[in-house]
Write a protein that binds this ligand. Structure first.
Ligand SMILES: Cc1ncc(COP(=O)(O)O)c(C=O)c1O
Length: 436
C-alpha cells in the first residue's frame, strides 16, 4: 500500500473527496413522485389504502406475519413494550450503547431499563452478560442490531426461553440484515423498524411494528390508535379500553415507503458492495479498527463504524468512569478522535461521531426522573437499579473511540465515492502525527 504524503486538507492541502462526489440519499425517481402524487390526488390522506398495502408488503418482505405502520421507530418500540405485556415497575434489559429511544421506550410505559454492556467487537449487547442482569421483575430483552449487524440471536433467544422472557428486536437500523438466513425483526417475539430520513428505507419519518403473534399484534394496535380495539379501517366504537397514543402513519408517507420498498433489495446490494470495497481499501491502515461481521450474521451496512486504536496511536485509553463523560475531559481518547474526525471531514469524508454518551450516562437515567416525582423509579412496583457508568467499560471505550458514516455507502454511490473516501481516511491516518 502506498503511503499518502500529500498535505492534509485541514492544513490547506487538496481535498481527497472533491465536492459533489457523494450523491444524496435516498435516490428519488418518477415512480416515487407518481406514488406520492396518486396518494395526494386520492380521497384518504390519513390511514389510507397505501398504509394497509405497506403493512402487508413489509410483512411479506421481512418474513413476518403481521405489521403495523407507525409514525416512527420509537412508536413501534413503545408498542413492542406493551405487546410484551410489560407494566409499571417491570424491568427490560437493553444494551448500554444505542440510540436513546431504544431505552426511553421502556420508560414510556413506566418500566425500568436495566443496562447490559456491549461486546466491543460487535457493539451489540454482550449475550454472556445478560443473565446476570435478570431479576424476578425482568419481562423482556431488547436486542438492538446496532448499525445493521445482527445480535447473537441464538444465545439471546435461549436465555429468553430459559427465563420465560420476551425478545424485542430493535431493527430500526437493520432492514434486510440476516441472522442464520432469517431477516431480523422476524426472529424475536416482535420487532421495530424506523423509516426516518437516514435509514435504509426512507420515508422522511415513519416506522413499522412486526410480530407473528396475534395477541401481541392486538396489544400493539390498541396502544397505536388511542387505546381502541379496532383499527381505523374497521368500524370503530371509539371506546378507549387501555392507555393509548396516536402513533398511526399517513397515506402519503406510506405511498412513498411502498415505492422505495420496490427498490430496497437493489439499494441494500449496492450498500454491501460499497462496504466490502471500503473494507478492502482500508485494510492495514494504521490506527484503525475496521468493522467486523460475526459468524451467522449478515450485516446490512447501515452505518460503517470504525474505531481508533488509541494504544496504537500512542495515547492512553479512556478510563471508564464518570469524569470521562461527553468527550470533555482534557487528554481523553475522544479528544484525539474528534481531531481526526475533523481532519477527515476537511478531506470531504462524511464521517461523524454517532452517540457521544453511553445510555446510562444520559441525564434522564442518572437523575432517575422520567415523568417527575422520580417516576417510574419511585413507583412502589419498581425495585432499586444501579446506573453507575463504570459497569459498561466496552460501551464507554466504543463511545470514546468510534467514528461512523452512512455515506458514501448508500445508493446511488459506488466505486468512485468509496475510493475517494478511503483515500481521505488513509491520508489522515497515515499523517495523524500532524494533528497531535
Ligand atoms: C437503534 C435505533 N432505535 C430506535 C430509533 C428510533 O427511530 P425513529 O427515529 O424512527 O423514532 C433509531 C433511530 O434513529 C435507532 O437508530
Amino acid at each position: 500500500m502506498n503511503v499518502i504524503t500529500e498535505k492534509l486538507a485541514i492544513r490547506g492541502g487538496k481535498k481527497a473527496v472533491p465536492d459533489g462526489t457523494i450523491k444524496k440519499w435516498p435516490p428519488i425517481d418518477d415512480t416515487d413522485r407518481q406514488a406520492v402524487l396518486d396518494s395526494l390526488n386520492g380521497a384518504n390522506h390519513a390511514f389510507g389504502p397505501n398504509c394497509q398495502a405497506f403493512e402487508k408488503e413489509w410483512a411479506e418482505w421481512n418474513g413476518s406475519r403481521h405489521a403495523i405502520t407507525t409514525n416512527s421507530g420509537t412508536a413501534a418500540l413503545h408498542m413492542a413494550i406493551v405487546a410484551c405485556g410489560c407494566g409499571t415497575g417491570d424491568e427490560v434489559i437493553v444494551p448500554a450503547y444505542s440510540w436513546s429511544s431504544s431505552a426511553t421506550c421502556i420508560l414510556q410505559h413506566s418500566c425500568i431499563p436495566v443496562f447490559v454492556d456491549v461486546d466491543f467487537n460487535s457493539i451489540n449487547i454482550d449475550a454472556a452478560k445478560i443473565e446476570a442482569a435478570i431479576t424476578p421483575k425482568t419481562k423482556a430483552i431488547i436486542a438492538v442490531h446496532l448499525h445493521g449487524l445482527p445480535c447473537d440471536m441464538d444465545a439471546i433467544m435461549a436465555i429468553a426461553k430459559k427465563h420465560n422472557l420476551k425478545v424485542i428486536e430493535d431493527a430500526c437500523q437493520a432492514h434486510g440484515a440476516k441472522y442464520k438466513g432469517r431477516k431480523v425483526g422476524s426472529i424475536g417475539h416482535c420487532g421495530a423498524f424506523s423509516f426516518n430520513q437516514n435509514k435504509c428505507l426512507c420515508t422522511g419519518e415513519g416506522g413499522m411494528f412486526v410480530t407473528d403473534d396475534p395477541e401481541m399484534l392486538a396489544a400493539a394496535q390498541s396502544l397505536w390508535s388511542f387505546g381502541e380495539t379496532r383499527a381505523p379501517s374497521e368500524s370503530r366504537d371509539y371506546h378507549v379500553y387501555a392507555m393509548g397514543w396516536m402513533y398511526r402513519n399517513n397515506d402519503l408517507t406510506a405511498a412513498f415507503g411502498r415505492s422505495q420498498l420496490k427498490k430496497l433489495d437493489g439499494f441494500l446490494a449496492r450498500q454491501k458492495e460499497n462496504a466490502e470495497l471500503l473494507s478492502e481499501l482500508l485494510r492495514g491502515t494504521p490506527g484503525l479498527i475496521l468493522p467486523r461481521e460475526i459468524p451467522g450474521a449478515e450485516h446490512n451496512w447501515y452505518n460503517y463504524t470504525m474505531r481508533f486504536d488509541m494504544a496504537e496511536l500512542n495515547r492512553r485509553e479512556c478510563p471508564p468512569h464518570l469524569e470521562t463523560l461527553g468527550g470533555q475531559e482534557k487528554g481523553r481518547a475522544s479528544d484525539l478522535r474528534y481531531k481526526i474526525v475533523k481532519a477527515m471531514n476537511a478531506e470531504g469524508v462524511q464521517t461523524g461521531v454517532w452517540q457521544s454518551f453511553i445510555l446510562p450516562a444520559m441525564t434522564v437515567f442518572q437523575a432517575k426522573n422520567g415523568f417527575g416525582h422520580g417516576h417510574p423509579w419511585s413507583s412502589p412496583h419498581a425495585q432499586p437499579v444501579d446506573y453507575s457508568v463504570g459497569q459498561y467499560p466496552s460501551a464507554q471505550r466504543h463511545c470514546d473511540t468510534h467514528t461512523g458514516m452512512t455515506m458514501p455507502l448508500r445508493a446511488p454511490n459506488g466505486e468512485e465515492a468509496v475510493r475517494a473516501t478511503a483515500e481521505g481516511i488513509r491520508k489522515v491516518m497515515e499523517n495523524v502525527g500532524e494533528l497531535k
